[in-house]
Design a protein around this ligand. Structure first.
Ligand SMILES: [Zn+2]
Length: 221
């Protein structure tokens, strides 16, 4: 388990599982993830969405990933009620690509939900977890095109790799969005490990782990 190294706003457990975590420590699946931007209140039965939130104590929620970015959020609502969320952000989710809702990528949707409930983004502790990083995330032109449509885009988020193709910094894009959304860089506990670089610790779909996944999970209490 890799734990974000920032102060927490209320008692909670959170972090990113690795190959070494025992299955019984992981959340029960509540989402059928489809690389879109739906964010729902943690359901008791399996639903199609890519993000979920809860204010319930003792409910462990999470997303499953193997190259995509797991994003965790934790902050108080206006009346002090704890609120936590877990989001699944691959390039489609991060950019809102292919999602009919014009609300932007999944981080924008998740933070919008927090605001509607009375939260102030400045109060969020947040963390992006292990994912395929710019060192290995070679992408096609359609991915860069989708990322460029995001208001937070800057050209430094792409680099040309040794193969002559673009590499995308997905963590960098999400962090740029977070700052645009008013989140505090001092409350960023991201863990920047690359899933392709660390086969000892992490699953990577692109490297060939077609079934193994790690979790980004969070629980109040
Ligand atoms: Zn790498």
């Amino acid at each position: 388990m890799l734990t974000p190294g920032v102060p927490i706003p209320f008692p909670l457990r959170w972090g990113f599982s690795t190959r070494q975590d025992a299955p019984e420590t992981l959340p029960e699946p509540r989402l059928r993830q489809v690389h879109r931007c739906g964010v729902v209140e943690a359901p008791d039965a399996l639903v199609e969405a890519d993000g979920l939130w809860t204010s319930r104590v003792g409910v462990r929620i999470g997303v499953r990933v193997a190259d995509c970015v797991p994003v965790l959020l934790a902050g108080p609502l206006a009346d002090g009620t704890p609120w936590v969320a877990a989001l699944h952000a691959g390039w489609r989710g991060a950019t809102g690509y292919g999602d009919p809702d014009p609300g932007g990528g999944i981080l924008r949707r998740g933070v919008a939900r927090y605001r509607v409930l009375g939260g102030n983004p400045q109060d969020l502790a947040w963390a992006c977890g292990p994912a395929i990083q710019a060192c290995h995330f070679e992408v096609g032109p359609e991915v860069i095109e989708a990322a460029r449509r995001d208001p937070s885009w800057r050209e430094g988020l792409q680099a040309i790799g040794p193969g002559g193709k673009a590499h995308l910094d997905l963590h960098g894009l999400l962090k740029a969005q977070a700052l645009d959304l008013g989140m505090d860089p001092a409350k960023d506990g991201s863990v920047g490990l690359c899933t392709m670089c660390r086969p000892d610790l992490l699953y990577s779909y692109r490297r060939g782990d077609t079934t193994g996944r790690q979790w980004g999970w969070i629980e109040i209490g």
